[in-house]
Design a protein around this ligand. Structure first.
Ligand SMILES: Cc1c2[nH]c(c1CCC(=O)O)Cc1[nH]c(c(CCC(=O)O)c1C)Cc1[nH]c(c(CCC(=O)O)c1C)Cc1[nH]c(c(C)c1CCC(=O)O)C2
Length: 355
C-alpha cells in the first residue's frame, strides 16, 4: 500500500505511522505495540469515580463521558492504542431492543429472541440511531492525535447468544438448540445481526476509528464444522462490508484454539489469540498473511512483577517469528487488577522489544 492509499482518517491524524497500525499491516515496528482489552473500566479508580451513580448504558450514550473514559488508560498506561468505550449491546439498544447491563452479571434482554416473529425486533441500524458515537469519536480523534482509536462491535454469534438466552450463559443451550433445530431461522437471525454489526462498525470508521475489532467472545463454544457452517458466513459478511475502508480488522474470541484458522479465513487482518495457545503455534494454525494479537493470561497480572515479566517474555519470544504482533492480554483486564501492574507491563514490553 503506498502513502496515497492511506485511509483518509489515518492520513489526517498521522496514526497511519503508529506502531500499532504498522504491526497490524505486518510492517517493521520500532517496538511491539501494546493495548489491553477492557483497558478502560473497573481496574481504574478514575473510572469508578466518573461512573459513580451513572448506569453503564447511560454512560455509553454520553460523548463527554465516553471520551474521558476512553482516554483514561491512554494517559495512565502509555498504551499504543485507545479502544472506544462502549459495549457490544449498544447497537442492539440503539435499535430499540429492551435490554440492560446489570452490574456483576452483564447484558440482560427483556424479551429474548426465539421465534421467527421475534426477528422483527431486529430492524436495521441507521447512523442517526447512534449519533452519540459519531460525536464521541470526533472528540476522541482530536484528543488522541497520533494515537489510533480502535472501534469495535460484537460478532453475530456472541450477540445472538445474549439475545436468545436473555443474558449471559455458560452452555449456550438455547442458542445451540436454535442453531441445530431451525437452521433457516438461525441463518436469518445471524444475517440481520451481521448487517447491524457492519453498520455499527461503518459509523465508527467514518467518524475516525483507525482499526476495528470484532469480539466473538463466546464462539469458542463451537466445534469447527459448526462454526464454518453456521457462523462463519455472517462474520465474513461483516468483514467484507468494511473491507474497502482499508482499516485493519481484528477478530477475537476466547477458547478458540481449534477455530483460529477459520477465524482468519472469515476475513480478519489480525487474529486475536487467548492464552491457551502459544503465539508461534497460533501462527501455524492461522497461516501466513495475518498478524496476531495477544496473549498473556489476564490472571497473571495478579502474580508478582517478576512472574508477569517472565510470562511477557515468553509471549515476546513466541512472537519473535511472527509477521506482525500486537501485544495484548488473552481476554479483558479483570476488574480487580492493580493498574500499576498494567503500566509496568506496557513499559516492559516497550523496553524489551525496542529495535
Ligand atoms: C462479552 C462482552 C460484553 N461486552 C464486551 C464483550 C466482548 C469482550 C469480552 O469478551 O470481554 C465488550 C466491551 N465492554 C466494554 C468494553 C470497553 C472497552 C475496553 O475494552 O476498554 C468492551 C470492548 C465495557 C464494559 N462492559 C461492561 C462493563 C462493566 C460495567 C461497569 O463498569 O459498571 C464495562 C467496563 C459490562 C459488561 N458487558 C458484557 C459483560 C460480560 C459485562 C460485564 C458485567 C459485569 O461483570 O459487571 C458483555
Amino acid at each position: 500500500m503506498s502513502a496515497n492509499d492511506e485511509p483518509a482518517g489515518q492520513q489526517q491524524t498521522g496514526t497511519y505511522h503508529s506502531a500499532f497500525l504498522k504491526a497490524c499491516r505486518r510492517e517493521p515496528v520500532p517496538h511491539t505495540p501494546v493495548w489491553f482489552m477492557r483497558q478502560a473500566g473497573r481496574s481504574l479508580p478514575e473510572y469508578r469515580k466518573v461512573r459513580e451513580g451513572i448506569a453503564m448504558l447511560d454512560s455509553c450514550m454520553r460523548p463527554d463521558l465516553v471520551t474521558e473514559i476512553t482516554l483514561q488508560p491512554v494517559r495512565r498506561h502509555n498504551v499504543d492504542a485507545a479502544i472506544y468505550f462502549s459495549d457490544i449491546v449498544v447497537p442492539l439498544k440503539a435499535i430499540g431492543i429492551d435490554l440492560d447491563i446489570k452490574p456483576g452479571i452483564g447484558p440482560v434482554v427483556e424479551n429474548p429472541i426465539r421465534t421467527r416473529a421475534d426477528l422483527e425486533q431486529l430492524r436495521a441500524l441507521e447512523p442517526g440511531d447512534v449519533s452519540y458515537v459519531t460525536e464521541a469519536i470526533g472528540m476522541l480523534v482530536r484528543e488522541l492525535g497520533s494515537t489510533p482509536l480502535i472501534g469495535f462491535a460484537g460478532a453475530p454469534f456472541t450477540l445472538a447468544s445474549y439475545l436468545i438466552e436473555g443474558g449471559p450463559s455458560r452452555n449456550h443451550e438455547r442458542t445451540k438448540a436454535l442453531m441445530y433445530g431451525d437452521p433457516q431461522l438461525w441463518a436469518d437471525l445471524l444475517d440481520r445481526l451481521a448487517d447491524i454489526t457492519a453498520a455499527f462498525l461503518k459509523v465508527q470508521i467514518e467518524a475516525g476509528a483507525s482499526a476495528v475489532q470484532l469480539f466473538d467472545s463466546w464462539v469458542g463454544a463451537l466445534a469447527p464444522a459448526d462454526y464454518r457452517r453456521s457462523v462463519m458466513p455472517a462474520s465474513a459478511k461483516v468483514f467484507r462490508a468494511v473491507e474497502d475502508y482499508g482499516v485493519p480488522r481484528i477478530h477475537f474470541g476466547v477458547g478458540t484454539g481449534e477455530l483460529l484458522g477459520l477465524m482468519g479465513e472469515a476475513g480478519a487482518d489480525v487474529v486475536g489469540v487467548d492464552w491457551r495457545v502459544p503465539l508461534d503455534e497460533a501462527a501455524r494454525r492461522v497461516g501466513p498473511g495475518k498478524a496476531l494479537q495477544g496473549n498473556i493470561d489476564p490472571a497473571v497480572l495478579f502474580a508478582p512483577r517478576e512472574a508477569v515479566e517472565t510470562k511477557a517474555r515468553e509471549v515476546l519470544d513466541a512472537a519473535a517469528g511472527l509477521e506482525g504482533h500486537v501485544f495484548n492480554l488473552g481476554h479483558g483486564v479483570l476488574p480487580n487488577t492493580d493498574p500499576e501492574a498494567l503500566t509496568r507491563l506496557v513499559e516492559y514490553v516497550h523496553e524489551q522489544s525496542a529495535r
